[in-house]
Design a protein around this ligand. Structure first.
Ligand SMILES: Cc1ncc(COP(=O)(O)O)c(C=O)c1O
Length: 431
């Protein structure tokens, strides 16, 4: 295996002496007097009564809420290691379907959303001004934004739009053989905006590249909408050059608390943990995340996921009967679908129609979807997130109305240059 962390990661990161917190040595056992971290021993500057220590939804601990947040403890810095949260994330992904080995908390980095992991990996492996990453558009925009922020080059190897946005493993392998400045390949599975799952065999082809000394980053933000047991997180115990990113923002419905994770070898996870700000996960965030991973709350997540899949199936069934709706491109392994809008006369996918539908839906009907027509292989496409039953009912109705209006010529057509400017604006959204 050509991968060698000691020559692949940046020398300054390998040599990093991590910040040591006072609490690394002496824990808060409930009786210690903590005069080590310059915290405020008088408590949080909040108007709390003694009984309002643990609250959510305005309810106190004595009521029936199963979610507790320790408001009284907010004057203390959070735990820098998050061992309990990491163990629960491991338990979730230790399926033993892809390996007999077992994930442990030392395989994990947890961050402020997976966006923190995307950035931390770039800073760990890519020297600004010289190193590069591979991305496979159409894909999640933050890989490129983070690369640019870190002055890291981007080699784009588009997905194969003619075959459900499959990975072009041949071209990727050739690029990795040719350019030793490429340090990472960012893959998204299921893809955003393609909703296609990347087969395990394609990921393996890149992992076992015969000469490349680099890291494969597999972003599984939407993995819980894919068929069960699709996640390759536990595969990091087999491949020292694999990182798998996940998030609580999607299937768990917790985008607001900002928790993302990167599963990796203990060596890579160790580098990321050394680099991070020591207290990157706030107390209320980890308290909610830990509770979300308990059986009682996992049941709620599973129920919501079923409801989303039901509405996804409904979109797949009902959208094709709306005049002007074309094919669904890519796959269906996510909580969104990528769908073509068609030109009335030619019946071909049309960015002009997609842009008019996108703008009119948002501006006159209050329904916001995403225009993706400028992305490679996505001509005329909108990306529609699966909403609640009520939202989907309204979306289907408004889409039919708006397409009717566009086809009836009720929507004024902008000049070519204005249209191009509007397409550019509508495309410039990272998510
Ligand atoms: C593919 C993909 N990865 C990562 C993220 C970011 O997730 P987080 O909320 O954990 O930062 C998103 C957000 O839309 C995404 O689409």
């Amino acid at each position: 295996m050509p991968f060698n962390i000691s020559t692949c990661a940046r020398p300054n990161i390998l040599a990093l002496e991590p910040y040591r917190c006072a609490r690394d040595d002496y824990k808060d056992n409930g009786t210690n007097i903590l005069l080590d971290a310059n915290e405020n021993a008088y408590g949080p500057g909040l108007d709390l009564t003694p009984s309002s220590g643990k609250q959510l939804n305005g309810e106190t601990e004595s009521t029936n809420s199963n979610i507790h947040i320790d408001l009284q403890g907010l004057n203390r810095y959070p735990d820098p290691h998050q061992h309990e949260l990491k163990q629960l994330l491991c338990n979730l992904r230790n399926t033993h379907l892809h390996t007999q080995k077992t994930l442990t908390p030392d395989h994990l980095f947890v961050g402020v959303g997976s966006d923190e992991a995307i950035d931390a990996l770039l800073r760990a492996f890519c020297s600004p001004g010289s190193d590069k990453i591979v991305t496979c558009p159409p894909t999640y925009g933050m890989y490129a934004v983070s690369a640019q922020v870190n002055d890291v080059g981007i080699v784009k190897i588009p997905l194969d739009a003619s075959s459900s946005f499959a990975l072009d493993t041949g071209k990727i392998s050739a690029a990795l053989a040719e350019d030793e400045r490429i340090k990472m390949v960012y893959l998204c599975s299921p893809g955003n905006p393609t909703a296609s799952l990347i087969p395990k065999s394609s990921v393996q082809k890149i992992l076992e590249h015969p000469t490349w000394n680099g890291v494969v980053v597999l972003d599984e933000a939407y993995i819980d909408f894919a068929p069960p047991d699709s996640s390759l997180a536990e595969w990091v115990t087999e491949w020292p050059n694999l990182v798998v990113m996940q998030t609580l923002s999607k299937a768990f419905g917790l985008a607001g608390i900002r928790v993302g994770a990167a599963f990796a070898s203990p060596e890579i996870a160790g580098l990321l943990n050394n680099m991070k700000a020591p207290y990157n996960i706030p107390n209320p965030t980890s308290e909610i995340a830990v509770q979300a991973l308990q059986p009682r709350n996992l049941k709620v997540m599973h129920k919501h996921r079923e409801q989303i899949i039901e509405q996804r199936d409904r979109l797949l069934r009902e959208m094709p009967s709306i005049p002007g709706v074309g094919r669904f491109l890519g796959g269906q392994a996510s909580n969104f679908l990528l769908v073509e809008m068609l030109d009335k006369t030619s019946g071909h996918a049309s960015n002009e129609v997609a842009l008019q539908v996108y703008e009119r839906l948002a501006e006159t009907r209050g329904v916001v979807v995403r225009f993706r027509g400028k992305e490679p292989g996505c001509l005329g496409c909108l990306r529609v997130t699966v909403g609640t039953e009520k939202e989907i009912t309204r979306f289907l109705e408004e889409l039919r109305n708006v397409l009717d209006e566009v086809f009836a010529g009720k929507v004024s057509r902008p000049s070519k240059s204005v249209e191009e400017e509007r397409e550019r604006e509508a495309s410039g959204v990272v998510a």
